[in-house]
Write a protein that binds this ligand. Structure first.
Ligand code: FAD
Ligand code: SF4
Ligand code: SF4
Length: 478
């Protein structure tokens, strides 16, 4: 059998697809990795040792059947690899691009643990589905039976879209509502093109439309239509609205112009890459060109901001983070990419305030050291007294994380129970909320999380909606 094609990790070294040189890639918003050549994908897949208990699969939130699609790729049977891959993942080519694989599948590959370098699972996953698109294997859904029940989904991010896909496959009538003009949620307006090019997202949206998913865009639930009206129009509702309230930075001088929030900044940049007119970008407010930029934060959003600023032609880009590199929440791979592209990291530094006379001129930086571990085991940053200094800045971008909006209040549904963090309370398996027939998925339940978890939730919620609608009406209403 095919085993002899596999287990090549002893003789074949780990190779990622070629990364474009930093000086070239930092001039544009295209993805930074070139495509795997077919021969390379085969070779890299053949490194897998076909583990009987595949830890890669156990640590993939979708439990993708990784060893099987690696084996099919190694054998050149890409159509079968694609069939296996898409059976568990709604957007494999997107996960292949942007999952933090070092923390999920690849970080748990036994070959990695034995010091040979992980199988490049994400790159192969991307390669398989990109090839499937090129060859026309990715087809719109044609349900075997059309069902009359209608499902309303609020939010067109990965959580909402993966639920929509699965529900259409089951034959339900699906309407997705979103306040934005384009679907995709953070895939479209948050994550920059150098990680995920926009046509990759848009072709998925078009495919869903071709599958019969009805999109109602520019429709903000709670303003343009009430939540109750949506509930009244559909047999079940899925809430997939993500988390968008940004944690604010404090300190003297904080209200000045030139201090902006990460998502406003990234959304403006992403809109420009669609060719949209964006006044706040064109007038310079959300544009880093020619500026000394300071980004505050150490997560993935901060990494996306610093690298966007480099591409916009900032004079300098510095990233302030209150812990050290080893304790950063953001992916080490993205941090390395940022360093290669010219970003300077200022570790153990926190903002105390801002200088300037109405327009920001600098960040007052407090130097920190790592003290005793807190309850979570992480070392807490402590201020080093007398070590403050001013970091000059024309544009300060704050990326301190996201919190949920207060949906029960905004939507006038006090019975929609939330946790003490403001996220919607939903059963972790069925995704059912406190309201009958209402389900919730993705970041609005988990807090700021990952695309792959939103996809998992959306797929599971589709099954739960089907089960809910199969119940007698008297039971479902309880
Ligand atoms: P979202 O993607 O946020 O989508 C929610 C949708 O709901 C939006 O389209 C919004 O317009 C809509 N909506 C909200 N309120 C309403 C309303 N009242 N009415 C109508 N529509 C509404 N994850 C990764 O795995 N890898 C990464 O590299 C990565 N990078 C990231 C970079 C940035 C800058 C950010 C902010 C996040 C990143 N994430 C990444 C996290 C990931 O994007 C999210 O976890 C994921 O998108 C959550 O999916 P979701 O469907 O729950 O919500
Ligand atoms: Fe790895 Fe993400 Fe793909 Fe799962 S979905 S195999 S975690 S890249
Ligand atoms: Fe292959 Fe690594 Fe997964 Fe084992 S853990 S099946 S070697 S990819």
């Amino acid at each position: 059998m095919a085993k002899e094609r596999m287990l090549q990790f002893v003789t074949v070294n780990r190779e990622m697809p070629e990364k474009r040189p930093a000086e070239l890639r930092s001039q544009d918003f295209h993805e930074i990795y070139r495509d795997f050549a077919a021969r390379k994908a085969v070779e890299q897949s053949s490194r897998c040792s076909q583990c009987g208990v595949p830890y890669c699969q156990a640590h993939c939130p979708l439990h993708n059947n990784i060893p099987d699609w690696l084996r099919m790729t190694a054998l050149g049977r890409l159509d079968e690899a694609y069939a296996i891959s898409q059976a568990t993942n709604t957007f494999p080519e997107i996960c292949g691009r942007i999952c933090p694989q070092d923390r999920l599948c690849e970080g748990n590959c036994v070959i990695e643990q034995s010091g040979h370098g992980t199988v490049t699972i994400g790159s192969v996953e991307k390669y398989i589905t990109d090839t499937a698109w090129e060859n026309g294997w990715v087809k719109p859904t044609k349900p075997e039976v059309e069902r009359t029940e209608s499902i309303g989904i609020i939010g067109a991010g990965p959580g909402g879209l993966s639920a929509a896909d699965m529900l259409r496959r089951k034959g339900f009538q699906v309407t997705v509502y979103d306040r934005y003009d384009r679907a995709g949620g953070l895939l479209t307006y948050g994550i920059p093109g150098f990680k995920l090019e926009k046509p990759v997202v848009m072709r998925r949206v078009e495919q869903l439309e071709a599958s019969g998913v009805h999109f109602v865009m520019n429709c903000k639930v709670g303003e343009d239509i009430s939540f109750d009206a949506i509930r009244g129009q559909h047999d079940a509702v899925i809430i997939a609205t993500g988390v968008y309230k940004m944690r604010a930075v404090g300190g003297p001088g904080v209200g000045q112009t030139g201090i902006v929030q990460a998502l406003d900044y990234l959304t403006a940049s992403n809109r420009k890459s669609f060719g949209d007119e964006v006044e706040a970008f064109d007038n310079g407010d959300l544009n880093a060109t020619g500026k000394r930029v300071v980004v505050i934060g150490g997560g993935d959003t901060a990494m996306d901001c610093v690298r966007t600023a480099i591409r916009q032609g900032a004079v300098s880009v510095k990233c302030l983070y209150r812990r050290d590199k080893a304790n950063m929440p953001g992916s080490q791979r993205e941090t390395q990419n940022a360093e290669e592209e010219g970003v300077e990291f200022v570790w153990l530094s926190a903002p105390k305030g801002f200088t300037g006379n109405g327009a920001v001129e600098g960040v007052v930086v407090q130097k920190m050291r790592l003290g005793a571990p807190d309850a979570s085991g992480r070392q807490s940053p402590e201020v080093i007294e007398g070590a403050d200094y001013v970091e000059p800045a024309d544009l300060v971008i704050t990326a301190l994380g996201f919190e949920p909006e207060e949906l029960p209040t905004l939507w006038g549904v006090p019975d929609l129970a939330v946790t003490r963090w403001g996220t919607i309370k939903a059963d972790f398996r069925t995704h059912q909320t406190a309201l009958p027939g209402v389900f919730a998925v993705g970041d609005i339940v988990r807090g700021a999380s990952l695309v792959v978890w939103a996809i998992r939730d959306g797929r599971e919620a589709a099954d739960s909606v089907e089960a809910y609608l199969a119940q007698p009406a008297s039971v479902a209403a309880e």
